[in-house]
Structure formats: structure tokens, C-alpha cells
Ligand binder design. Structure first.
Ligand SMILES: Nc1ncnc2c1ncn2[C@@H]1O[C@H](COP(=O)(O)OP(=O)(O)OP(=O)(O)O)[C@@H](O)[C@H]1O
Length: 131
């Protein structure tokens, strides 16, 4: 990454899962704006009306490397052509005992938050140009 894109003193805002549920109507299906190879993306609306995109990572492995990789790549990047990172949620899984067995009551949840970009996805624009 070019050095002029990099903030050497990054800051990051931590959001609670409760708060992100609150601004996405409990991560409801109708707030889903896209799906990528590693994430489902939701639209959230802050109390001041500002919209943000929440990227909820799927397939979290035991080592959590995908979240750490994405986090490390975006936390310092500031550029007009790079979507602005806003914050993260790192929610551990909960387990409980049921019938003498331990089970996961909640899977771990990892979410990265970005400024919301209006205008739809790139593929839709490209296919519109092709027709
Ligand atoms: N900041 C955002 N603002 C608005 N929509 C977004 C934003 N980020 C993602 N999206 C939507 O969600 C979709 C999936 O995004 P995501 O970044 O997870 O997948 P991707 O671009 O296909 O990359 P990859 O699969 O390599 O992770 C995008 O195509 C876009 O429609």
C-alpha cells in the first residue's frame, strides 16, 4: 500500500452487537444489501439518520484469520477511492450445557462497518453498460 494512503495512528470504533442489531432491525433479511464471498452486507441507520454498511463475516474459522486480515487491511486506509472504514464488532460465541453436552448457543459474530455507498453494486452498472 502506498504510504500516502496510510494513517500511521489508526483509530477504530468498537460497536456492541446489541447496537448493530438495533440499527439493522435485528439484522433482518430486508436489510441485506449484498453478499460477497466472505460476508453478508446489511444496511444500518444510525440514530442521526446516517447510513452505514455492516459486513458480517461468514465462515469464521477457529483462528479468525479472515477477520484479522480484513481488519489489518482497512484500518489504516484513507483515500477518496477507498470506502471509509467506520468500526467493528467482535462478539464471542456463547456456549451452554444441554442434556450433559456442551453446545454453542450463539456462534461468534464478526462485523466490519463502512460508510454506505449509494448507487447499487458494480455488476449491475456493468451489465447495464453491456446492454
Ligand atoms: N459500503 C457499502 N455500501 C453499499 N453497499 C455495499 C457496501 N459494501 C458492500 N456492499 C454491497 O454488498 C455486496 C457484497 O460486498 P462484499 O464486499 O462482501 O463482496 P465483494 O465485493 O463481492 O467482495 P468479496 O467477495 O471479494 O469479499 C457488494 O457487491 C455491494 O452490493
Amino acid at each position: 500500500m502506498e504510504s500516502n494512503l496510510v494513517d500511521t495512528t489508526p483509530t477504530s470504533r468498537e460497536f456492541t452487537l446489541d447496537f448493530l442489531r438495533h440499527i439493522t432491525n435485528n439484522l433482518s433479511e430486508d436489510r441485506i444489501i449484498g453478499k460477497g464471498g466472505f460476508a453478508v452486507v446489511y444496511k444500518g441507520v444510525l440514530d442521526n439518520g446516517e447510513e452505514i454498511a455492516l459486513k458480517k463475516l461468514t465462515h469464521i474459522g477457529p483462528e479468525d484469520t479472515k477477520f484479522a486480515d480484513e481488519f489489518n487491511n482497512i484500518i489504516r486506509a484513507h483515500h477518496q477511492n477507498i470506502i471509509q472504514y467506520v468500526g467493528y464488532c467482535y462478539h464471542p460465541g456463547n456456549w451452554m450445557k444441554l442434556d450433559e453436552k456442551y453446545i454453542f448457543a450463539h456462534e461468534p459474530i464478526r462485523i466490519l462497518c463502512f460508510e454506505y455507498l449509494h448507487g447499487g453494486d458494480l455488476e449491475r452498472h456493468l451489465s447495464a453498460m453491456r446492454t
